[in-house]
Design a protein around this ligand. Structure first.
Ligand code: 6PG
Length: 485
């Protein structure tokens, strides 16, 4: 009889297969199963061929019976109902103390529910973010596990072994916290990914349609940017995309339809930020920018009707490019600051004890947003774990001071040339709002009180006292109730 397996994985799509191979490389014995069982043999006869620590199974029962106790079963299946369906299929075969791990991009609130429901049946549950795409899964992803904390010791060694590592060998995987916190952190990661992609695309737009640079020139710019403060996976792949030409010698990028897809995690971040009242403006703009891009036919029509200006950016090319680099860097700082504001509020709202430095460490390598920049975020939180806002950290405050000139000039140029920069300009608007001791919200309060007797607080009276004025002398003196959502 074959020895029992250390862990099982259900769902042999590309991420699942690569995670299995990664675990196998690290010496773990892995049982695999797929709903379309023919995929099991396909896998065993292709990339898993010759790996005798990968064991094919052909039913849920066989899979469960092939495992050592307590059993550890990873689901790499489509988020949503499919996860619940597999949990239900597994449950009759599991014993108390067994562990189910959902490694898909599940909505955090589903994970919170699953942790609770399964705990009441004696089954442990982890919802984990896994980032890094196909290559990451194979060679070392960033792994963000959260859920039932009793489960962490059961998989800590395996997860940390297969995860990406930073230079000093620290794994990009640590326990995030209770309930759906692991998937929440992955959701914010994806939101930040949306923001990064959008900002880089805006920079490309200015270089390409504003400065009329060709793809080889843009390759060189992204290559240079990747050697400095912007050093990151996404700048690196953007450089490579600029350099990718088809057989006819033309850049493939020019032939790709400008309609961005989305699977939902950016939207979830935006929705959650509205629910928690956190101004995560850059990510939300990035989601809306994808929605706007998808209105291709309407945009084509509008382009013939609506007036604009010629998309030309004039001036010293080197200066414009350096300003743009600064704009990208400053906006990126704002985007991550907003992401961390959301994490802080979520920790409060959902009662999680998040370690912000450790989250930066988990994102430092392996994942899609990996960058040198995350090291600075880690350092900021290590120096002050109670840091109210990343923008207030000395390093980031002075980085913004140094780059704000180029940032402002870039937004000005883009506006003048009719080049949309929703993310970069939203970041600047946020920065200017956040650093303002006074905002025109006094007028909003006056207007609300004028038309709806919604009351206002006064600067010459203690906060928390509410006043109503009969602005026209005609309305009543009765104030509406004060409540805040
Ligand atoms: C990752 C990615 C991964 C995926 C996104 C894409 O961390 O490996 O974030 O999860 O690329 O889900 O999302 P969209 O299809 O919505 O862009």
């Amino acid at each position: 009889m074959n020895p029992k397996c250390d862990i099982a994985l259900i769902g042999l799509a590309v991420m699942g297969q690569n995670l299995v191979l990664n675990m196998s490389d690290h010496g773990y014995r892995v049982a695999v199963y797929n709903r379309t069982v023919s995929k099991v043999d396909q896998f065993l006869n292709s990339s898993a061929k010759g790996k005798n620590n990968i064991c094919g199974t052909y039913s849920i029962e066989e899979l469960v019976n092939s495992l050592t106790s307590p059993r550890k079963i990873v689901l790499m299946v489509k988020a949503g109902e499919v996860v619940d369906n597999f949990i239900n299929l597994l449950l009759p075969h599991l014993d108390e103390g067994d562990l189910i791990i959902d490694g898909g991009n599940s909505l955090f609130s589903d994970t919170t529910r699953r942790v609770e429901e399964l705990a009441s049946q004696g089954i442990l549950f982890i919802g984990t973010g896994v980032s890094g795409g196909e290559e990451g899964a194979r060679n070392g992803p960033s792994i963000m596990p959260g859920g039932n904390s009793e489960a962490w010791p059961l998989v800590k060694e395996i997860f940390q072994a297969i995860s990406a590592k930073v230079d000093d060998g620290t794994p990009c995987c640590d326990w995030v916290g209770d309930g759906g916190s692991g998937h929440y952190v992955k959701m914010v990661h994806n939101g930040i990914e949306y923001g990064d992609l959008q900002m880089i695309s805006e920079a490309y737009d200015l270089l390409y349609s504003g400065l009329k640079l060709n793809h080889d020139e843009m390759y060189t710019i992204f290559d240079e940017w990747n050697r400095g403060e912007l050093d990151s996976y996404l700048i690196e792949i953007t450089r490579d995309i600029m350099g990718y030409k088809e057989e006819d010698g033309k850049p493939l990028l020019t032939k790709i339809l400008d309609r961005a897809g989305q699977k939902g995690s950016g939207k979830w971040t935006g929705i959650n930020s509205l629910e928690l009242g956190v101004p995560v403006t850059l990510i939300s703009e990035a989601v809306y920018a994808r929605s706007l891009s998808s209105l291709k036919e309407e945009r084509l029509e509008a382009s013939k009707i609506l007036a604009g200006v010629e998309r030309v950016v004039d001036g010293n090319r080197e200066e414009i490019i350096e300003d743009l680099r600064q704009a990208l860097y400053a906006s990126k700082i704002v985007s991550y600051a907003q992401g961390y504001m959301l994490l802080r509020e979520a920790a409060q709202e959902y009662n999680w004890h998040l370690n912000y430095g450790s989250i930066a460490q988990m994102w430092r390598e392996g994942c899609i947003i990996r960058s040198v920049f995350l090291e600075k975020i880690k350092e900021a939180y290590e120096a002050n774990s109670g840091l109210k806002n990343l923008l207030l950290d000395d390093f980031f405050a002075s980085a913004l001071k140094e780059s704000q000139g180029g940032w402002r000039r870039t937004v000005g140029r883009a506006v003048a040339a009719g080049i949309p920069m929703p993310a970069i300009s939203a970041a600047l608007a946020f920065y200017d709002g956040y650093r303002s001791a006074t905002l025109p919200a006094n007028l909003i309060q006056a207007q609300r009180d004028y038309f709806g007797a919604h009351t206002y607080e006064r600067t010459d009276r203690p906060a928390g006292q509410f006043f109503h004025t009969n602005w026209t002398g005609e309305g009543g003196d009765v104030a509406s109730t004060t409540y805040e959502v």
